[in-house]
Write a protein that binds this ligand. Structure first.
Ligand code: BT5
Length: 323
């Protein structure tokens, strides 16, 4: 959405706004104002022309940056696309063009990716979002942004009534068995990509794929969605807004992200099996340490794991592993 359209939308949020006032505020002609209003109508806004000026009577649910931004001031500029192959890929292209502080949102993705080039399912109804940043941090701190996104997603899911938690490193799950900790269905995955020099991140893209308004039958086994967890309608615009705000809040205080992560994690204290690309480590997940590594007590000492796939074990599974 361009700056003029955004300023017209802001004025409309405040109440009736006359054509001449909008034209003067944006320094454009009244005909240009009319074109912007028409374009907003095309995007699903109902805008009445009254004696006091233009009045917004209804807003679209999703489907444009304007729909996502209306009524809120997002910390990132939203770019909306009905369909993309991957929001991370689009954000990387924008990074190459020098952009920053942009949230790329897609209605659906046709070729979205998980870690290690695994495929990620993003049908219509998913929240597919990639945030492009240029933080003044060393490359080694990049995992902190993944943790921040996981914390933000858990908070948003919980605010909607879904009992979400974090499984190391980057999964937001709905635990099946919250007391025992094992089991659970994946609600959201996060993929962080970056380019950096020796001491500074050049750009960082945090991609969030949240199963929002989707029937779980459309998802892989062991996945769930916001829709499966609540009775009411799922408002994707509201979710994107809430995610952006919560993520922004987390990264303005990156020093407390590890604690926030610990508070929301179901991994710590659990018997786990972690597959790294070279090894399998089994033990009790003791703690998470900078910048997001898992410490596993194997019985022979503490192993610090920086990346891998983690499975929460039932006590018997662990027994099998050790036998
Ligand atoms: C992830 O990878 O969990 C990271 C997923 C990141 C997706 C977002 S969407 C917006 C942005 N644009 C992108 O192109 N990517 C990001 P990983 O931990 O490797 O998990 C991948 C595995 O999750 C797959 O191999 C499947 O088993 C499973 N999976 C695929 N789609 C799923 C879904 N919609 N819900 C739950 N699980 C899924």
């Amino acid at each position: 959405m361009n700056r003029t359209r955004r300023s017209i939308l802001r004025a409309l949020e405040a109440g009736p706004a006359s054509g001449p006032d909008l034209a003067a505020a944006a320094d454009i002609s009244r005909a240009a104002v009319w074109k912007h209003v028409e374009a907003l109508r095309q995007q699903g806004f109902s805008i009445d022309s009254t004696a006091d000026g233009y009045v917004v009577t209804d807003t679209p649910e999703y489907g444009s940056a304007a729909a996502i931004e209306y009524g809120r001031t997002p910390p990132y500029q939203v770019r909306y696309y009905d369909e993309l192959s991957s929001t991370n890929e689009r954000a990387r292209e924008l990074a190459a063009e020098g952009a920053e502080n942009i949230a790329v949102v897609a209605g659906r993705q046709t070729n979205s990716r998980g870690r290690l080039d695994r495929s990620w399912k993003s049908p219509d109804g998913a929240v597919s979002l990639s945030i492009l940043l240029r933080p003044d941090r060393p490359p080694a701190h990049a995992p902190l942004f993944t943790l921040a996104a996981a914390v933000a997603t858990v908070d948003v899911a919980r605010s909607l009534g879904v009992d979400a938690a974090i499984k190391w490193p980057n999964d937001v799950i709905v635990p099946e068995n919250p007391d025992a900790g094992y089991g659970g269905r994946k609600l959201c995955g996060i993929l962080t990509e970056m380019e950096g020099e020796a001491d500074r991140i050049s750009w960082l893209v945090v991609g969030i794929g949240l199963n929002a308004d989707i029937d779980a039958a459309e998802l892989p086994d062991n996945a769930t969605s916001i829709r499966s967890g609540i009775d009411g309608p799922v408002d994707r615009a509201e979710i994107v807004q809430a995610l952006l705000a919560a993520f922004d809040q987390q990264i303005t205080d990156l020093d407390s992200v590890l604690d926030a992560w610990r508070d929301r994690s179901v991994t710590l204290g659990m018997p786990v099996r972690v597959e790294t690309h070279t090894d399998t480590i089994t033990g009790i997940a003791e703690d998470i340490v900078m910048p997001g590594a898992l410490q596993v007590d194997t019985g022979d000492g503490i192993e610090t794991v920086h990346a891998g796939d983690c499975e929460h074990l039932r006590p018997n599974d662990r027994h099998k592993d050790n036998s």
